[in-house]
Design a protein around this ligand. Structure first.
Ligand SMILES: [Zn+2]
Length: 118
């Protein structure tokens, strides 16, 4: 049985360009993280940014994705607009039933909102 997510957690959706499948990772607000686990991001050299861009985002089903890649033909990208049926079942099944509604808190292409097309 999956455990509940911390309160105020948000899902970050990651679309795989090759398949259209949308995976997700869980974002926990930094003020909820235990003390002492934050890593300074900027050291002025650009190394931190480079590390961020190259670090995989491991989605809930275990896949390594690279949505931070600046490349326009990147294999993955963050999205908040997709049809429900594109949601990754493997990711979805990691959610506790009381958290599953979070997986549907995204825009749908049919809503005619800006920058949201199928
Ligand atoms: Zn997945």
């Amino acid at each position: 049985m999956p455990t509940r997510l911390p309160e105020f957690s948000e899902l970050r959706f990651v679309e795989a360009a090759s398949t259209g499948t949308v995976h997700f990772t869980v974002y926990v607000p930094s003020w909820l993280e235990p003390e002492g686990e934050s890593v300074p991001l900027a050291d002025g050299t650009g190394r931190a940014l480079a590390a961020l861009l190259e670090a995989p985002t491991v989605v809930r089903c275990g896949r390594r994705t690279f949505p931070n890649s600046p490349s326009s033909d990147a294999a993955h990208q963050f999205t908040d607009c997709f049809d429900d049926e594109r949601l990754c079942g493997g990711c979805y099944r990691t959610l506790h039933e009381d958290d599953q509604a979070l997986a549907f808190e995204h825009r749908q292409p049919g809503e005619r909102s800006e920058n949201c097309k199928a």
